[in-house]
Design a protein around this ligand. Structure first.
Ligand SMILES: Cc1cc2nc3c(=O)[nH]c(=O)nc-3n(C[C@H](O)[C@H](O)[C@H](O)COP(=O)(O)O)c2cc1C
Length: 311
């Protein structure tokens, strides 16, 4: 007797997955992803019309964002009580396909990370002055380790602050970059109403650089610098962030300076990093709460779904 094929997703289950994906972090809160559901297969695609020429000329942060969304998608499938297989697809718009398998109870760890999805948010302010215990720091960093991805606590913080300070001055003088940031800033165009854009309370890099010495930092690096590497780095970043959230920690990510020409090579050599730096994650215990940022309507995330509509 052959076992029955895994059941296709119901409309409610698709909504459950879409909600988890929508809460993932993304560059300038651009939410560049969409889901295409085919029975038991879910394609994660890069949505069109999302281009950040200055912040992200090669679409690296866009893929990192999709990687974060992929982690949320996988955790949500597991929280539904279904097994799944994740396949990276290096195609024009499809970046990964998640194949939903048979019923299987989620592990305690996957449940904890799934429940952290809605509690995670960017916390760009200073942290509470209390050292994160070494065992917790080790667990947070280990959550991001994957094939071809390395997560390290950088040494030489003075050098890092110096490099970030330099990057800030360059970015401040870059009118095109500032214009793009302005366009993606929520209040400027009242885009809060449609759930797009970043809150305006983000401090500049000089402020951040001054705080580095008192913070817990991780750099997500990859062996090489391909599109699948960017996806894997984003997936790892989100696992780190959710693990930190599950442990009552808060954090934020910095990638802006990494887009300056030559910056990543310099960072890698000055800090003796084990690969190509893709993102810096700063974290600690919260001193003040951070508000959640808005999201686009779920119908835009599943364009072919029941309530869908294309961007
Ligand atoms: C790939 C990537 C790059 C990001 N780069 C920065 C950054 O350089 N500076 C920053 O303050 N936030 C950065 N963010 C955080 C986003 O602005 C944030 O995730 C988004 O506004 C949604 O808010 P939330 O994280 O509170 O849900 C980045 C996020 C991602 C996924």
């Amino acid at each position: 007797m052959t076992a029955a094929a895994p059941a296709a997703l119901t409309t409610e289950q698709i909504g459950f997955l879409a909600r988890a994906v929508s809460r993932a972090p993304s560059v300038h809160n651009s939410q560049p992803w969409q889901l295409r559901v085919r029975g038991t297969e879910v394609d994660l695609t890069v949505g069109h019309g999302v281009e950040l020429r200055r912040q992200d000329p090669f679409g690296r942060d866009r893929l990192l964002s999709c990687g974060a969304a992929l982690t949320d998608l996988e955790l949500a499938v597991r929280a539904l009580g279904r097994d799944c297989h994740v396949e990276y697809r290096d195609e024009e718009d499809v970046v990964a396909t998640v194949t939903i398998g048979r019923p299987r109870p989620a592990s305690t760890r996957d449940f904890a990370l799934y429940h952290a999805i809605t509690r995670r948010r960017s916390h760009r302010r200073a942290f509470f002055h209390s050292r994160v215990p070494e065992g917790v720091r080790t667990a947070v960093a280990a959550a991001g380790e994957a094939t071809g991805v390395h997560v390290v606590e950088p040494g030489r913080l003075g050098k890092l602050a110096e490099l970030l300070g330099f990057a800030t001055r360059v970015l401040r003088d870059d009118r095109g970059y500032q214009r793009e940031l302005e366009l993606w800033t929520a209040h400027t165009h009242g885009w809060n109403a449609v759930g797009d854009g970043v809150p305006e309370d983000a401090p500049d890099e000089v402020v951040l650089a001054g705080r580095l010495a008192a913070e817990n930092l991780l750099v997500v690096c990859t062996d090489t610098d391909t599109r699948p590497d960017h996806l894997a780095a984003g997936a790892a970043l989100q696992r780190i962030w959710l693990t930190a959230t599950a442990k009552a920690l808060v954090g934020s990510v910095i990638t802006q300076p990494l887009h300056l020409t030559g910056f990543r090579a310099r960072l890698a050599s000055e800090l003796a990093l084990p690969g190509v730096p893709q993102a810096i994650f700063r974290y600690g215990y919260p001193a003040v709460p951070a508000a959640p940022s808005p999201r686009l309507p779920l119908g835009e995330l599943v364009p072919d779904g029941p309530a869908g509509g294309r961007r």
